[in-house]
Design a protein around this ligand. Structure first.
Ligand SMILES: [Zn+2]
Length: 164
């Protein structure tokens, strides 16, 4: 890693991004937690972004897991996978139909008629919930990102002043 350049580690939660950063920094700056054997899932270790100035003057931007980054573009995937449900949704009585309890919902009707499998329907609802949850966390993170941007600028200004 070269001085005065910014770096960003990408990877699934638990693969060891924070551990690498800690090694680089020469001290335990970020909390890490071991991968749980029973579930084989890495526990979430980085819950917020952090900007670190390493001893050699390079900058590391620590980010949450890759999975979250990949999910921003999932509305498209959801539509492709569940074309049929999306098409049907146009026939719902209410345009903001959640396709769960509404009267005149074309989707739940199709499920009860059997033209859409209950499994596909449940998967659709599950994905939709995950996506909604994720969009709201992205919004929160963007707010935090702005604050991070200010910090980054402050560092750059400081460097210029001190002629690094
Ligand atoms: Zn509906």
């Amino acid at each position: 890693m070269q001085p005065y350049k910014s770096y960003c580690f990408l990877g699934s939660s638990g693969v060891g991004k924070s551990t690498i950063v800690n090694r680089l920094k020469g001290q335990t700056a970020l909390k890490t937690s071991a991968i749980s054997d029973s579930t084989n899932k890495g526990r979430h270790t980085t819950s917020h972004r952090e900007l670190l100035l390493l001893p050699n003057q390079s900058i590391v931007i620590d980010t949450p897991g890759m999975r979250e980054i990949g999910m921003t573009d999932q509305s498209k995937g959801l539509e492709q996978t569940y074309d049929e449900i999306i098409d049907l949704a146009h026939d719902c009585k209410f345009h903001d139909c959640t396709h769960t309890h509404e009267q005149g919902c074309a989707v739940t009707e199709a499920v009860s008629e059997g033209s859409i499998s209950e499994e596909a329907y449940n998967n659709y609802l599950k994905l939709k919930r995950e996506q909604e949850h994720f969009s709201s966390t992205v919004r929160e993170k963007r707010q935090k990102g702005k604050a991070q941007g200010k910090l980054y600028k402050a560092i750059q200004t400081e460097r210029r002043k001190n002629k690094y």
